[in-house]
Design a protein around this ligand. Structure first.
Ligand code: DI6
Ligand code: FE
Length: 402
């Protein structure tokens, strides 16, 4: 079926970043057939139905390329301690932090995890998100890591969203392996990865003093790539321990956080074609003061993406619009950088840029309509959501009055 979506102002976010003031899109089932100025629509296209967008702005469906949205419980008591002055790293060293959520997640059934995670996913979808990356990493044992990946796949089957999964078994050292981090990395590499390769789209790790060393991440990535799995990395969030260099050497899809990255890291990421994912909600919620080296990343041609990092510790909540606002206010990013950061560049961080994250013929008919006067309003409003319609694979999946 051919559908004409008309009377929109359209930002394609494709390679040419085209903008059409009197734009229209023709979709054939789940795919974009044509996009452009309506008066240039090819005469041979005869739509079966027409949807009126009444002058609203239309962008690609947003892509949240870094979330930990599947987990059980919450850590509000830790947040209170942090606001009173205890550091995130100190809480982690006491056995709280990530390990606290590991205990809750191990104890939760698959159904309980789906039920607790769905509202967070829906909160993202209400903001025009149509593709979400979801990590494991609160199991740190084979069964629970596998369960988290199954929950992510179930959410994809039950909600109008494309899910990309990352195996983050190397999130922190589980108590069973205390003092044996190298053995834990071997167990993931030699045993878990081959068994979970079919369920995970990529492999992630946390490279940090309180997690895994650059050498350990390097070994894990070598094993992942031998199985044909792309890699991504949490790097330089709290200190610089060489993660970006490892990510670049393995041509990682993305390198995320990067507050403590330096110029040499930016050079390496630029050469590798790795996307730098900015996570300003974590920066904010940890009261971090070191900003990622945005200038250097720009200078060395590193594509910038922005994500919510939705997780119970450093980024509680589920709002990509808030992350966009913070990327502008806290990191000084421009509104067009921020838009590309949640569309084409975010899709690239997931290896999906040929299909999602931009509007062009042959790509997925995923888009969001915004009741705004100007695209500069995306990442401007705080706590206000101007998304009024979402189409996923050519079907309207959300309409809200704004
Ligand atoms: N960095 C983060 O921001 C999340 N994981 C990571 O490695 C935080 C996860 C948590 O605190 O639960
Ligand atoms: Fe994270």
């Amino acid at each position: 079926m051919l559908t004409l979506w008309r009377h929109a102002r359209i930002a394609t976010c494709d390679e040419q970043s085209r903008v059409f003031d009197r734009g229209a899109i023709v979709t054939r089932d789940s795919t974009i057939e044509w996009v452009g100025d309506e008066h240039e629509m090819p005469a041979g296209l005869h739509p079966d139905r027409t949807i009126e967008l009444a002058g609203r702005w239309l962008t690609p469906g947003l892509v949240d390329c870094h979330t930990h949205l599947v987990f059980a419980g919450q850590r509000a008591a830790e947040f209170a301690r942090r606001t009173a002055g205890t550091s995130y790293a100190d809480i982690a060293r006491e056995g709280g932090g990530i390990l606290s959520t590991v205990r809750a997640t191990r104890a939760a059934s698959e159904d309980e995890l789906v039920a607790q995670s769905r509202p967070r996913l829906r909160s993202l979808l209400a903001e025009g998100v149509t593709t979400v990356e979801i990590k494991s990493g609160y199991g740190l044992e084979f069964e629970t890591e596998a369960r988290m990946l199954r929950v992510a796949r179930r959410l994809e089957a039950e909600e109008p969203v494309t899910v990309s999964t990352s195996l983050l078994a190397a999130h922190t050292l589980p108590p069973e392996f205390a003092g044996r981090a190298d053995e834990y990395i071997d167990t993931i590499s030699d045993d878990w990865l081959p068994r979970l390769a079919g369920q995970a789209d990529a492999v992630d790790a946390y490279c940090e003093d309180i997690a895994f060393s650059a050498a350990q991440c390097d070994r894990l990535f070598t094993a992942a790539r031998a199985l044909g799995l792309p890699v991504r990395l949490h790097a330089e969030q709290l200190s610089n321990v060489g993660g970006s260099q490892v990510a670049a050497r393995h041509r990682a899809l993305s390198c995320d956080h990067l507050e403590y990255a330096n110029e040499a890291d930016a050079v390496a990421l630029g050469r590798a074609g790795t996307v730098a994912v900015m996570l300003p909600i974590a920066y904010y919620a940890l009261a971090e003061t070191q900003r990622p080296p945005i200038e250097a990343l720009r200078r060395h041609g590193v594509p910038l993406a922005i994500a919510s990092d939705c997780n119970p510790g450093s980024a509680p909540g589920a709002s990509l619009l808030l992350a966009m606002n913070m990327a502008r206010r806290l990191f000084g990013m421009m509104s067009d950088e921020v838009l590309l950061g949640v569309t084409r560049h975010a899709a690239r961080a997931l290896g999906l840029e040929a299909v999602r994250g931009s509007l062009a013929p042959g790509r997925a008919a995923d888009f969001a309509a915004w009741s705004v006067d100007s695209l500069d309003e995306l990442g401007y409003w705080v706590g206000f959501n101007p998304c009024s319609l979402v189409a996923k694979d050519g079907a309207i999946v959300l309409e809200r009055d704004v």
